[in-house]
Write a protein that binds this ligand. Structure first.
Ligand code: NAI
Length: 694
């Protein structure tokens, strides 16, 4: 009675339950049912003395089956399985390799013995999807490792190594190799005379100070502000500490089901599934070939070029880092080294790994060194003429079939492509700063970009550990084009009566990690200033424009790097301090413009900053610059810190109700004029037909 995904076999007196549900042995309904049936068979088999749960393939059960996410939970439920394991009359051993996460780790926790290979990782990452472990994880882990560690791990969703798990008591043994054989031995030992079964659920939770809960609440309120699942975790662990297993499990299940049905969990699922969704490009056949990429060249060793070179070196590519200017090259390489060294100092990178990454980056001033590159990423000055020279030169030098990518933020990639005689090989790869950290990669296609080039840069995104979103050409692509709306409204809010700290606080309360003014202080105000200057000729007479940024920059206040920007900074500190000088500058500006300053509500700040983005997002969709709402949302989640628990700007709009969003946009259009607030036709159509973005 083996099922397709759970095989029953015997190894002497031990029943082997082998889960084989590629690729990650996700805990589907079939796996749960198969394990329950196989466990019952082992219990009934008189020749069996113990049961072993192992997994085929590259990992132990790595978590839930995402395809079941949007359906109601199906029987048999996981808690039934974990209880059956724990209550089995014969010992059950779990043999772990790869990643034993979520439900997989809960099965291990319910077993009577856990044995693992050294490279195994275990954890309960449920909070990241807005839920809590729902099959005993919150009740059993604290019984094994104590409350404080269990609280920390489940609240943050962090996974730990086998070594750490062993030292905490979450697993019982690590074997270097021969996992199944060692696990069979352990099972026989456990079934032997004199051995008493250790049922996790019957262990006491080591008594600890109830202050651990206050501490966990304090940390959740600062590090995980707005998130509901961490609070439910704390609640479930409180139950573990104060109740016997049965009632504790019931409380856990209630909390789990509540969280599973919550809007936050739905939004986080959208964000999670979105990572796979954006990798599938509509219109691109799934089997589209990719071009082989081994040798990479990066042009320009400035802020972006250095970070991009690190990205590729981190992923194992050889990178020629080319500069026109010897000093700039030296500076760029020194910055790369400094960045790696600080990762080593923080313990995030081994020193020998740093050396091998650095050795993959080869600085050069010689054009011929680019001739072998399979991919060239250009990150030189944002200047059309400079890009023209560089791409003409690349066209002459790069080998046939090489992909020529530009990291431009605003220039027209289609025009850059025409600087070459091979526009089909040209694409945008728009990284975000710092490029070695930020997960977003906007890949920009032109009308001429070849399909295999698109397929290659999308696949590369994954290889680099990025979330790659394919977008079309337009001013600012998806991310910066929407950002421009928010930035403009934020400046207008200042001249109408708000202060930077008030706008920032409203957006932080909304869920952004930082407000727009604090962000521009961090990035450097000169970036936006330069941008404004370069587009001055695009401004139309009679259309409202706020030049507060220019005024702040003209004072030499360029943000954190000059000790002052929209805020001031104490020496050596990055904490933004509201500055009376800025308040004075803003109020004088309002006066000069004849604007009577008024009290502006938090609601208005959020609506004007976020709804203006939503309206632009609707235009972006209608123009086909982004193929689907999820593409727009993933850009904002991974490039700009839009709160994942709100799902992304367009997902959020659907939740508010598009009719309400449109109505508010119309009110702003009535009040402020249609220059910036004319409702996007796509939004009007959706509302008229009762549809949503998704
Ligand atoms: P940067 O000024 O820090 O670096 C540009 C580097 O290019 C300089 O080191 C310069 O010496 C070098 N360079 C100039 N002409 C060259 C040539 N002909 N050949 C080789 N090297 C040359 O500029 P940054 O900020 O790194 O920007 C580079 C590109 O990345 C621009 O297109 C920019 O729009 C884009 N970008 C910038 C972001 C940012 O936050 N700074 C974010 C995303 C894209």
């Amino acid at each position: 009675m083996s099922s397709a995904v759970v095989k029953y076999s015997r190894e002497g007196p031990v029943a082997l339950l082998t889960v084989d549900n590629p690729p990650v042995n996700a805990l589907s309904r079939e796996v749960r049912a198969g394990l329950l049936a196989a466990l019952a068979r082992a219990e009934d088999d008189d020749e069996v003395v113990a049961t072993l749960i192992v997994c085929a393939g590259r990992t132990f059960i790595a978590g839930a089956d995402v395809s079941e996410f949007e359906r109601p939970p199906q029987e048999p439920h996981l808690p039934e399985l974990t209880l059956a394991i724990e209550n089995a009359s014969k010992p059950v051993v779990s043999a772990l390799h790869g990643t034993a996460l979520g439900g997989g780790f809960e099965i291990a926790l319910a077993s009577h013995y856990r044995i693992a290979l050294p490279a195994t990782k275990v954890g309960l990452p449920e909070v990241r999807l807005g839920v809590i472990p729902g099959a005993g994880g919150t009740q059993r882990l604290p019984r094994l490792i104590g409350l404080p560690e269990a609280l920390r791990l489940i609240r943050t969703g962090e996974s730990i190594t086998a070594e750490q798990a062993l030292s905490m008591g979450a697993i019982d043994e690590i074997v270097p190799t021969g996992l199944t054989a060692a696990a069979v031995d352990a099972a026989i030992r456990l079934a032997g005379p004199g051995s008493v079964l250790r049922r996790t659920g019957l262990l006491p939770v080591a008594s600890t100070d109830p202050a651990v809960f206050d501490e966990a609440l304090r940390q959740a309120s600062t590090q995980q502000r707005h998130l509901e699942a961490p609070l439910a975790v704390i609640e479930a662990l409180r139950a573990a500490a104060t109740m016997p297993l049965g009632p504790g499990l019931r409380r856990e299940r209630e909390l789990f089901l509540e969280r599973r049905a919550s809007p936050q969990a739905a939004a986080l699922r959208n964000a999670f599934l979105g990572e796979r969704e954006v990798a599938r490009v509509p219109g691109l056949a799934p089997g589209t070939p990719t071009r082989p990429i081994h040798q990479v060249a990066v042009l320009g060793a400035g802020t972006m070029g250095g970070g991009i070179a690190m990205c590729f070196a981190n992923a194992g590519f050889d990178v020629n880092l080319f500069e026109a200017d010897a000093q700039a090259l030296e500076r760029g390489v020194a910055t790369i080294r400094k960045n790696y060294e600080s990762s080593v100092a923080r313990g995030g990178l081994a020193a020998d790994e740093m050396r091998s990454r650095l050795s993959r980056i080869r600085p050069t001033l010689q054009w011929p060194d680019l001739a072998n590159a399979d991919l060239v990423v250009e990150a030189v000055f944002e200047d059309r003429e400079v890009k023209r020279q560089v791409f003409e030169k690349l066209d002459a030098i790069a080998k046939k079939g090489a992909i020529l990518a530009s990291n431009t933020s605003y220039l027209d990639v289609a025009e850059i492509a025409e600087f070459t005689r091979r526009p089909e090989d040209v694409v945008g790869m728009h990284f975000f700063s710092p490029a070695n950290v930020m997960r977003l990669l906007e890949n920009v296609r032109t009308g001429k970009t070849a399909d295999d080039v698109i397929a290659t840069v999308m696949k590369l995104g994954k290889t680099l550990g990025k979330v790659a979103v394919l977008v079309g050409g337009c001013d600012g692509f998806v991310g910066n084009r929407m950002l421009a709306q928010r930035t403009r409204e934020a400046w207008f809010l200042l001249e109408e009566g708000a202060l930077p700290q008030q706008v920032d606080a409203a957006l932080v309360n909304f869920g952004f990690p930082m407000g727009p003014f604090a962000v521009s202080d961090l990035a450097g105000l000169d970036i936006g200033w330069r941008n404004r200057k370069s587009r001055a000729h695009l401004r139309k007479a009679g259309v409202r424009d706020c030049d507060l940024l220019d005024q702040v920059c003209e004072l030499g206040r360029l943000g954190q790097k000059t000790g002052a920007g929209w805020y001031r900074y104490a020496p050596g500190s990055r904490a933004p301090l509201p500055d009376p000088a800025i308040e004075e500058l803003i109020t004088a500006h309002s006066r000069a413009r004849g604007i009577a300053r008024r009290v502006i509500s938090e609601q208005e700040i959020v609506e004007r900053c976020v709804y203006s983005m939503i309206n632009e997002g609707a235009k972006i969709l209608a123009e086909g610059v982004a193929a689907r709402p999820i593409d727009v949302d993933m850009v904002w989640l991974h490039g700009y810190g839009f709160p994942a628990w709100r799902g992304g700007p367009l997902y959020y709009a659907d939740q508010i109700g598009l009719a309400k969003v449109l109505d508010t946009i119309r009110q702003y259009a009535d009040h402020f004029g249609a220059d910036f607030w004319a409702p996007a036709p796509r939004l009007c159509e959706l509302v008229a037909s009762g549809k949503t973005f998704y």
